[in-house]
Every structure is written in C-alpha cells, then in structure tokens.
Write a protein that binds this ligand. Structure first.
Ligand SMILES: NC(=O)c1ccc[n+]([C@@H]2O[C@H](COP(=O)([O-])OP(=O)(O)OC[C@H]3O[C@@H](n4cnc5c(N)ncnc54)[C@H](O)[C@@H]3O)[C@@H](O)[C@H]2O)c1
Ligand SMILES: [Zn+2]
Length: 343
C-alpha cells in the first residue's frame, strides 16, 4: 500500500493506493457518526464491510446524478438525526463519489467526508481532485463544489466484481493522462494492455498510481480549473456531448472524444500522422471505441451546452505530440465548422 498526499491551498487529501476495504476503520474518525452513501451494486457485493454504519442507498446510473438524489440524501440525513459532527463515507464509482462529496459539502454547510473508490474510472480520475457535483437541466456536472475528501481508499481487488464494460471504460481516462502529460507513461500503457485488462495487480497498481500522481500534480497547480486543469478535459468536450446523446459509458464517450480531438490536432498540424495512429492503436488495444455514427448538428448543439464554454468561445484541448496538451480557444463558429469536418 502506498499513500499519495494531495495538498491544495486549503486542504489535504490522502489517496490510499492498494489499501483494502477491510482496513477502512483505520481511516475513519472514532469520535464522529459515520454515514455511508453507496449504490445497490456496491451494497450487494460488499455490505458486510460497512453494515455497522447507517447506509443511504442511491440508484445506479448517470440519470440518478441529479438534485432529486441530493434532496433524497438530505432528507435521509435529517431523518437519521445526524449533525455537523458526522462523517460521510461514499462507497462506489464516480457517480457515488461525485454525489456523496457534494452531499457532504452542503449538508449543514459542510461535513467531512472520505471515499472508497470502487471503479477503475473513479480510482484514476473521479474520486481524485475534489470536484463533486450533479447534472442539471441536461447539462453535465452543472451544480457542484470543489472540496477534497479526507481520504480515498483504492482497493484493486474490488475491480474483480466490476462489469467488464465498466472496467474497460476506466482505461479511457488512463490513456488520457498519458496522452496529455507523459509520453513514457503512454508507452507503458501501450506495452501493458493485456496485463492491465487481465487485472494484473502490479500493472493496475502502476496505472492507478501514475494516473493519480498526474492528476494530483495538475490539481495542486490549479485546483479551480483556471488554466492547467483544463487539460484534463482532453476528449471531454466531444465526449460529454456523445455521452449525453447516446447514453454510452463515460469512458467510451471520452475515447471517441479523444479520437476527435486527435483528428482536430492533426488538422491544425499539431500532431503527426504516426502519433495519431499510435493513439488510435492504444485506444483499440483497450477495446474502447474509436468512432460513432452521429450527426454533426446534434453533436454541435449538445457541445454548446457544455459548461466549459467561455462567453462566445470554447477551450478545446488538443495535442502537440503525445504527452503534451495545449488549450486551444476557438469561437463557436470555428467549432461548428470543425465538428462538421470531423463527423
Ligand atoms: N469528479 C471528477 O473529477 C470526475 C472525473 C471523471 C468522471 N467523473 C464522473 O464519474 C462518473 C462515472 O464514474 P463510473 O464509471 O465509476 O460510474 P458509476 O459510479 O456509475 O459506476 C459504474 C457502475 O459500476 C458499478 N460498480 C462500481 N464499482 C463496482 C465494483 N467494485 N463492483 C461491482 N460494481 C461496481 C456501479 O454500481 C455502476 O453500476 C460520471 O458521472 C463522470 O461524470 C467525475
Ligand atoms: Zn472523464
């Protein structure tokens, strides 16, 4: 087990890489009432590990990441009679951690919280970095806060009960980290695809660790996404729109979004044909999709609803080679033309 400490201006968060859910008590406060927020899947597989605490169960899937679920959680917390001294423990994938972190941040103006991160996607991305929130009015992650969890337990053994398509989805964010920040890491991701997919413990540890370190360094430099953190949105401007239009998994949509961003990078002569082909190959090695049949006007109109807009322009993340991302500001008109070219 290794610990990575994330230090922001206001807070400290400990990411416990390879820790076991059975050791949870070592991290929980002994002087506070602990309340668990989880979903039905995690409850079914792992409830024995947290049955001693009161539990709030939320529905599965992106459609439950909304303000109705928040209202439900608030009413449950009030009914349980907990006060400001409680501790919220989110146990689940990215949806549970996004929702639980937000609920803890607003209940009684904020209580402390921690996570057991149970999907690959949440270990390498969603539960790290302190973005918590829900979707609203057809906009993704529209309402939320920046607030760091006290700790995040990443128990790799829990990945064995994750559905295969959900597991595969997590590799999209791993590939993203290599593509935007670290060429050597990208090579490692490429070389170890078979072992990674087979949940080889050493390879999974290396991937989660490296991705967490990359995300931590970005978050430490720019917690509130004023500049550098925007690079983590590589593949997400197109990806969020595709996710919304088709309902495919977040990671699958991000993989397609990354391919579109790579093609755009090629169009601007930022990246060579060989590098673009290499990224495509790695996405395919991880059994992720590289394209989808979608109408340009639907995609463009969904993209203009992305909250990452900045007045009349949008920041698209492109690559200037593998391991190096750039923030490319473009007008909506330019984005529209580009989308029609790419589709
Ligand atoms: N906050 C952030 O910085 C950030 C970053 C990336 C993604 N996200 C968000 O994360 C969400 C996607 O996360 P996700 O893919 O983990 O989704 P998820 O939470 O829906 O988990 C996927 C599915 O797998 C199940 N599951 C999770 N862990 C399991 C396990 N160990 N065993 C059995 N089943 C398990 C869940 O019940 C669910 O059905 C999206 O809403 C996305 O916007 C947030
Ligand atoms: Zn993502």
């Amino acid at each position: 087990m290794e610990t990575k400490v994330i230090q922001t201006d206001r807070q400290q968060s400990r990411i416990l890489l390879g820790e076991k859910i059975s050791n949870l008590k070592n991290y929980l406060p002994t002087d506070k009432k602990v309340v668990v927020i989880t979903d039905d899947n995690l409850y079914r597989h792992y409830h024995a590990a947290f049955d001693q605490f009161p539990i709030i169960r939320i529905g599965q899937g992106e459609t439950n990441k909304n303000m109705d679920t928040m209202a439900f959680i608030m009413s449950q917390l009030i009914e349980m009679g907990v006060d400001r001294s409680c501790f919220v423990l989110g146990i689940g994938g990215g949806i549970v951690t996004d929702v639980a972190g937000f609920a803890a941040s607003i209940f009684m103006r904020g209580v402390k919280f921690g996570f057991v991160s149970t999907s690959l996607l949440s270990m390498v991305d969603a539960s790290v970095g302190g973005k918590n929130g829900v979707n609203s009015g057809g906009f993704k992650n529209m309402i939320g806060v920046f607030n760091q969890p006290e700790f995040v337990v990443c128990d790799y053994e829990m990945l064995h009960t994750l559905e295969r398509d959900e597991f595969i989805s997590g590799f999209a964010e791993i590939i993203k980290h290599g593509a935007i920040k670290d060429k050597d890491y990208f090579e490692y991701i490429e070389k170890n695809a078979d072992k990674a997919i087979a949940i080889d413990p050493e390879v999974i540890h290396e991937l989660v660790k490296k991705s967490v370190y990359i995300k931590a360094s970005v978050v430490e430099a720019d917690e509130k996404e004023k500049g550098e953190r925007k690079k983590l949105n590589f593949g997400h401007t197109f990806g969020h729109a595709i996710e919304k239009l088709t309902g495919i998994h977040h990671g699958e949509a991000v993989a397609i979004g990354m391919m579109m961003a790579v093609k755009a990078s090629q169009k601007f002569n930022f990246i060579s044909h060989d590098e673009a082909e290499k990224i495509k190959k790695v996405i395919e090695l991880y059994h992720l999709p590289i394209g989808i049949d979608i109408k340009a006007n639907d995609l463009f109109s969904a993209m203009t609803k992305d909250k990452k807009r900045d007045g009349d322009s949008i920041s698209l993340i492109l690559l200037k080679g593998i391991g190096s991302a750039v923030i490319h500001k473009m007008s909506y008109k330019e984005l529209e033309t580009l989308t029609y070219d790419l589709c």
